[in-house]
Design a protein around this ligand. Structure first.
Ligand code: NAI
Length: 256
């Protein structure tokens, strides 16, 4: 079986991804800041919102990783600094730092969001932010790039999508034939959805759900993540799979 690292594995989409990967015969390293009662595979506790936490995780992982599923994320309710730190800076640092421990033809899968859909409208700002390398101080990074608490969640996902497209060209990955792709869920019934309801209001969340008939479940998302991790996706690189029941298409249809 393949060696797969799944972050955010204590809850929701990450948990389901780790379970399904194990059921399909993978050797799973599940990672979260919270230690679950029944962790899947080899559990490693890590705070992915700090440079030290990311470095400690990389040090504990063995060589020969085939896939990294970056699922851990924050809703934006904790504020801009932790949200950008986990959803973008930490994810990027983990991906770049783990690449030397990954096998040829490996795969990095970034869970973004329909909320990052607007990056094309913010392309210059997004490119300028993503051009800052390493793990900058998150507070300074947010201040420098106009990331306020209110817009931190969609902005973190815009940065993540832009970085995903660029990362496929990055020699760190390209020279090892490691593919980098994203999966963008629409509203999914997990604990984070309650936080989106608190921030955006029930009306907005329910209208998105109504557009596509129902909310997704973690089971609707995990298979797309594992497809991108599989050899069947060897020709899929630098792209984003909208995994949202058609929500993005219905928004696109309105603006076309
Ligand atoms: P969830 O809240 O159930 O799971 C997120 C997990 O990430 C939690 O186990 C949490 O402990 C972990 N995490 C957060 N900060 C961390 C840190 N600093 N270090 C280590 N682990 C950390 O939410 P869900 O739905 O499973 O979210 C997974 C991903 O899917 C997130 O990136 C989220 O933005 C994305 N997403 C979710 C949607 C939804 O409606 N549920 C919609 C679109 C995207």
């Amino acid at each position: 079986g393949k060696n797969i690292v799944v972050t955010g594995a204590a809850s929701g989409i990450g948990k389901r991804t780790a379970e399904l990967a194990q059921a399909m015969g993978a050797n799973v390293f599940s990672v979260d800041r919270n230690t679950p009662d029944n962790p899947v595979g080899h559990f490693i506790a890590a705070d992915l919102g700090s440079a030290d936490g990311v470095a400690a995780l990389i040090a504990q992982l063995p060589n020969g990783i085939d896939a990294l599923a970056n699922v851990a994320g924050l809703s934006g309710t904790p504020g801009a600094v932790p949200t950008i730190a986990v959803n973008f800076l930490g994810l990027r640092a983990l991906s770049l730092g783990l690449a030397p421990k990954m096998n040829q033809y490996g795969s990095v899968i970034n869970v973004a969001s329909i909320a990052g859909f607007g990056w094309r409208g913010n392309a210059e700002k997004t490119k300028a932010a993503v051009a800052v390398e390493g793990f900058p101080d998150p507070a300074k990074f947010c201040a420098d790039h106009g990331v306020t608490d209110e817009i931190s969640y969609p902005t973190s996902k815009e940065f993540l999508l832009m970085w995903t497209y660029q990362a496929a060209q990055n020699p760190v990955f390209k020279d090892r034939n490691i593919r980098v792709n994203a999966v963008s869920p629409g509203p999914v019934e997990t604990p984070i959805l309650k936080q989106f309801r608190d921030v955006l209001g029930d009306e907005r969340v329910d209208s998105d759900i109504d557009r596509v008939g129902r909310a997704g479940t973690a089971n609707d998302i995990a298979p797309s993540i594992l497809f991108l991790a599989s050899d069947g996706a060897r020709w899929v690189n630098g792209t984003n799979i909208a995994c949202d029941g058609g929500l993005e298409a219905s928004i696109l249809a309105e603006v076309m």
